[in-house]
Write a protein that binds this ligand. Structure first.
Ligand code: NAP
Ligand code: ZN
Ligand code: ZN
Length: 346
């Protein structure tokens, strides 16, 4: 076992504080990663505050991990010491069910093992990226291409793949009108990726405060959802709406913005349920769908795509002592557009 410094929430809703945790010895198929940067995802906050239900404490959040391999087990074939690597939201799965076989480990029928707030196959709690080092099976590690700096690459491990996967699945591309709802960590990557895929991109944000940024990141149009005129102007406009909103929404009004056969794809994970009038999907043969992160193979594909198109996250680099303040800013939609922890400060 190796003792490493980390930032943890000792209990639900308690501020995060510096502590130490144990990492398992490097097994045959494991790599030891020196973490350089860890992004702060809104999911970290939902879980650290038990917004999604009972959680495990102490909790070391962080599933947007970028670092360097410093040790490789004897059976490791894909990575070597010195490699630039990333770890996202999961560190294991059953590897045998039909979803795992199809490269959809995130939908493992036995449940994937989360990077934190989960138990691994040996029943030990997992601890995430707000720490100095992590030991991960090489099959759940991806390569960060040389063209991407590690700090702006870290958020791609969740925000990048969570938007890339549905944009690809629902064929965002030339001739398609795509709206990205909410321009935070996921949303801003959704704008960049949808634009790089060739779609016509509209941002639907609560206000026009971030309009200049949205247009710079690749949006063609930018509307405020606080303005009722937005819903009149954009009625029946979109092939695809990707919702990254972290709070409950009135889905009926957003479904009215879809074309016939359009799809509203939700990736936001609000803490409260939402209700829907089913006539909102009956009229216009619309699809209401959801999507969760992406498989390991697709995560690698996304990183290669982002490197090829020069897409990193827009980040605010912070020290570990600023994590609690950053959480408050994320909760008030005051993030531009991802906080990334410099783990050297832990
Ligand atoms: P974030 O940075 O806080 O972005 C969320 C954005 O939603 C905000 O910037 C804001 O955008 C908008 N928003 C927030 N509150 C709102 C409200 N009350 N009404 C309308 N819009 C609101 O969060 P994130 O890290 O991108 O994560 C977004 C959500 O996705 C979270 O719930 C997270 O847990 C979830 N998530 C899901 C997956 C998955 O696999 N499906 C993966 C990662 C994260 P504007 O300021 O532009 O309005
Ligand atoms: Zn996340
Ligand atoms: Zn499985």
């Amino acid at each position: 076992m190796t003792t490493v410094a980390a930032y943890a929430a000792p209990a639900a809703k308690a501020p995060l504080e510096r502590t130490t945790i144990e990492r398992r010895p490097v097994g045959e198929h494991d790599v030891l990663i020196e973490i350089k940067f860890a992004g702060i995802c809104h999911s970290d906050i939902h879980q650290a505050r038990e917004g999604w239900g009972e959680a495990m404490f102490p909790m070391v959040p962080g599933h947007e991990i970028a670092g360097i391999v410093t040790e490789a087990g004897s059976g490791v074939t894909r990575f070597a010491v010195g490699d630039r690597v990333g770890v996202g939201c999961m560190v294991d799965s059953c590897r045998a069910c039909e979803n795992c076989e199809a490269g959809l480990e995130q939908y493992c029928l036995k449940g994937n093992v989360g990077t934190y707030n989960a138990l691994d196959k040996n029943g030990e709690p997992t601890y995430g990226g707000y720490s100095e080092k992590i030991v991960v099976d090489e099959n759940f590690v991806v390569r960060i291409p040389d063209g991407l700096a590690l700090d702006v690459a870290a958020p791609l491990l969740c925000a990048g793949i969570t938007t890339y996967s549905p944009l690809r699945h629902w064929n965002a591309g030339p001739g398609k009108k795509v709206a990205v709802l909410g321009m935070g960590g996921l949303g801003h990557m959704g704008v960049k990726i949808a634009h790089a895929l060739g779609a016509e991109v509209t941002v639907l944000s609560q206000s026009l405060r971030k309009k200049d940024d949205g247009l710079k990141l690749g949006a063609d149009r930018y509307y405020a959802t606080s303005d009722p005129k937005t819903f009149e102007d954009l009625r029946g406009s979109f092939d695809l709406i990707l919702s990254t909103v972290s709070a409950p929404l009135d889905l009926n009004v957003f479904l009215s913005l879809l074309k016939t056969d359009g799809a509203f794809v939700n990736v936001g994970a609000p803490e409260e349920p939402v209700s829907i009038n089913l006539f909102s999907v009956i009229a216009g043969r619309k699809t209401l769908a959801g999507s969760g992160i992406g498989g390991i193979r697709e995560t690698q594909e996304m990183l290669d795509f982002c490197a090829e198109h020069g897409l990193g996250a827009e980040i605010e680099l912070i020290s570990a002592s600023e994590i609690n303040d950053a959480y408050e800013r994320v909760l008030s939609s005051d993030v531009r557009y991802r906080f990334v922890i410099d783990t050297a400060t832990i």
